[in-house]
Design a protein around this ligand. Structure first.
Ligand code: PMP
Length: 381
């Protein structure tokens, strides 16, 4: 698709100038707004403990790792963080990557090969699909969260050396949960390895914020994820058995051929993980807000999809309509981005609204009034 094609299909994207003015506030191209778009679901990006840990590490160790981890960038803070991630995930070991995208790309491209099969949920994150392509394995998609369809594929596609079932845990665009318990049983019954990308899960799901597998009492062999959402930082991880982690250290190109994360980032994320158990009220607050906002939007008469997570997609339909709705919200002081094709199917363009423990009741009420007014003006309700 050329740039012209992208423009004429109403899919043109541009970067906005943004200045953050607080945990939930920003100015976009001169327009002040409350942000209902961030993945900072617990408000940890600005938490004093996170800032202090990062500032101390910055002062002590400098601004950069200085090299890839296999050269001389394997800072001692990595060990501490990897131990915490493995414990949070209930896995033997973990490996930190510079981003969640790179963790997924590295995991799939290293663990699967040309004689293997990857069975992937149709709505999986782009990084899983990119990793799948890099692996050279055969790729089959099953219908979103459809375990019957997956089961029929498992029965059909048997002549492979190794088979993997790969899914997002909590789908970050639709906000719904994968049927992880059923996927775990299917993997066990068919001698497959289940890989779950739990990018949005840690911090917001599970009794102690462990993520989607603890929430659904599932036990995937391998989990991947990110620190850039509820953990308020940057970086990705793969958690699994020791042998898998050792293989990744030796094989994952997105691990081997890239610079380690800055020490300050590692220290900040490590502090954020400690906050999950120290301040459970944050998880409770965001869950309560999500249920409240979802309920109010349905009452207003809008089509809201997803489960009960802080990701609340409001279906608008047309690509341009979704864009215009989002712009009208921003003009009225609420930033709620439109998500369009190819991220979502054509005709299912939407506003992707997220809530955070950092939002005040007043900010939420004002946003709901704004959405109700614009939806009325546009004849959507
Ligand atoms: N997987 C999923 C499901 C995600 O939502 C994201 C982030 N949008 C990623 C992976 C990539 O994580 P990161 O931003 O750390 O690269």
């Amino acid at each position: 698709m050329s740039l012209e094609d992208i423009k004429s299909a109403g899919l043109y994207r541009r970067l906005r100038n943004q200045v953050d003015t607080g945990p939930t506030r920003a100015v976009f191209d001169g327009r002040k707004a409350t942000v209902f778009a961030s993945n900072d679901y617990l408000g940890l990006r600005h938490h004093p403990d996170v800032l202090e840990a990062a500032a101390r590490a910055l002062e002590k160790y400098g601004a950069s790792a200085g090299a890839s981890r296999l050269i001389c960038g394997n800072h001692e803070l990595y060990g501490e963080l990897e131990t915490k991630v493995a414990a949070l995930k209930g896995q033997e070991a973990a490996l930190v990557f510079p981003t969640g995208y790179m963790a997924n790309a590295g995991a799939l491209s290293s663990l699967a090969g040309s004689r293997d099969l990857l069975l992937m949920d149709k709505f999986n994150h782009a990084s899983l699909y990119d990793g799948a392509k890099l692996s050279g394995a055969q790729l089959k998609r099953y219908r979103h969260a459809d375990t019957d369809h997956l089961h029929s594929q498992l029965e059909r596609w048997t002549a492979f050396e190794h088979r993997f079932i790969v899914t997002d845990g909590l789908f970050s665009v639709d906000g719904d949960l994968a049927p992880l318990a059923e996927l775990s049983s299917l993997a066990a019954d068919h001698d497959c390895t289940l890989i779950v990308d739990d990018a949005p899960g840690p911090g917001i799901l599970g009794p102690g914020g462990q993520g989607s597998s603890a929430h659904t009492q599932a036990h995937p062999a391998i989990e991947t994820g990110t620190f850039s959402k509820a953990l308020g930082g940057l970086g990705g991880f793969v958690a699994g058995d020791r042998e898998t982690i050792e293989l990744l250290i030796n094989k994952a190109r997105s691990f081997m051929f890239t610079t380690g994360l800055p020490p300050a980032t590692l220290a900040g994320v490590s502090a954020a993980i400690d906050i999950l158990s120290a301040e459970p009220w944050r998880r409770e607050r965001v869950q309560k807000l999500a249920a409240y906002v979802r309920g109010r939007l349905i009452e207003i008469g809008l089509e809201v999809i997803g489960g009960d997570s802080p990701i609340i997609p409001i279906i608008i339909g047309g690509e341009q309509d979704a864009f215009d709705f989002s712009e009208a919200c921003l003009d009225a002081g609420a930033f709620i981005p439109a998500v369009r094709h190819p991220t979502v199917p054509r005709g299912r363009a939407r506003l992707r609204l997220t809530v955070s423990a950092a939002h005040s009741d007043e900010e939420v009420e004002t946003m709901l009034v704004v959405i109700g007014r614009i939806a009325t003006e546009r004849g959507l309700i």
